[in-house]
Design a binder for this molecule. Sequence first.
Ligand code: FEO
Length: 173
Amino acid sequence: MLSEKMLKALNEQLNREIYSAYLYFAMAAYFDDLNLEGFASWMKAQAEEEWGHALRFYNYIYDRNGRVELSEIPQPPKEWKSPSDAFRASYEHEQFISKCINELAALAEEEKDYSTRAFLEWFINEQVEEEASVKKVLDKLRLVKDSPQGIFMLDKELSVRVPKLPTLLMQGE
Ligand code: FEO
């Protein structure tokens, strides 16, 4: 049985994961608006992954006899100054999420809730990957200084990452 405090913290994280999906979806829209389809595809795949993270929390809460509580999701920004500015914001967001996951793990340890601690292990490892994959793109963008040629090349490179949901759905057709 989850403690009330733990349940509240898990629900908060579930809602943060949904916000993450929302944020990456907003970034996809920003890139689509610039006709940078590769960047947009990368962001759509990222948004989709975040839904997967939210679902992990959702399922875990019910596995432990808890109740999922959805809260209002804040509106994400609409514009960024440049592609590197969007990736900088995304990197900062992932660092924030890592901090939240670590705090959850610390709470689980404090409460001797070893099931939740074990559940969070996947997220602790995932956050290392999440930060690294965003940082890799950010570093490249900084290297090319957001130049049109550099962005064009990166757009091609990023287009290989595609969402797994049916493509038609993601294309809205
Ligand atoms: Fe679910 Fe990107 O953190």
